[in-house]
Design a binder for this molecule. Sequence first.
Ligand code: MRU
Length: 365
Amino acid sequence: MTPNPIQDESRKSYELPRTLAWSGGVDGTLALLDQTLLPHRVKNRVCSTAEDVWNAIRELCVRGAPAIGVAAAYGLCLGTRPFRRQSRDDFLAKTREICAYLESSRPTAVNLAWALGRVSKAAQSHPSASVGEIWDAMLAEAHELAREDMETCRRIGEVGAHLIPEDGGVLTHCNAGALATVAYGTALSLMYIAREQGRKFRVYADETRPLLQGARLTAFELSAAGIDVTVLCDGAAASLMSSGKVQLVVVGADRIASNGDTANKIGTLGLALSAKYHDIPFYVAAPRSTFDLSLPDGGAIPIEERPEAEVRGGFGVDVVAPGVRCFNPAFDVTPVELITGIVTEVVLLEPVTAKNIKQIFERGA
Ligand code: MRU
């Protein structure tokens, strides 16, 4: 597989463990950086079955919309591998079954279904091939998805880097960085490219309760890249904006409806409302694979609800009195009226309209 540029030996400050990597050939395994252990332990979880990948996605060992898509693509290869000697019809039936199973791991990020769809299509588009050859084509497609993800994320950074304010402050939420993708990230890609361009800026990372992706992951990867980053409690974001220290808010996305309404990590809606009040531009950065044109608006986006225990205790001791209920939606939907623009790998959509969203799917790569 193409090496991760963020790990390039010649750029020491960019050294980051890889989010995911397939190792070996037909008998290979998928190594996922276990993000539940970061930033204190850098350890891979090795997956050799679809169940391993399903659990890794559900437990947020691998997370972030593009990364779970690529992980699931490899998961489909792992899950169908034992059936390489079956008849074509049986193999394709198994492929559909495992695809549905992997898709059930997390409901909000559309990249998951999109990536599984790409690998399933590769399975179906070789009518005269043997089952072994079909499987090889599926693995090749998963590799291609991983390669494309890296290229796409870099392009997102190149399209949007000019938005990073010189000597200014950028606020981000959750982790939409290299750890959420194969490399570079989406929202954080703008920062990596701006830094490559020699620009100076400060990043404020919301800690992102309850699972602390901002504190544990965004701060980890930005500081590894030598970018000035400060972590704040989610509740401090509005006050930070009113202090004048933030000139840009940029976040990732898990699913964008055809009108531009955007689902992202819980707390994003509050940031967008506050940014509007403080007259601070609010951008979303996402690849085209995060758009779901089958949905008219954000009301139709399925929102994952996670276990109460994550709010009750998260990564530490329980802080809520026994018997008290906890509410734990993992995502919220920001209406398009609050979004200044969407940075994609092909163009910056600004303003965001159903018409210009449609157009980015009508053009080539
Ligand atoms: O629950 P997570 O950690 O998977 O949530 C991730 C996010 O909300 C990200 O902002 C989004 O997936 C974009 S990642 C490039």
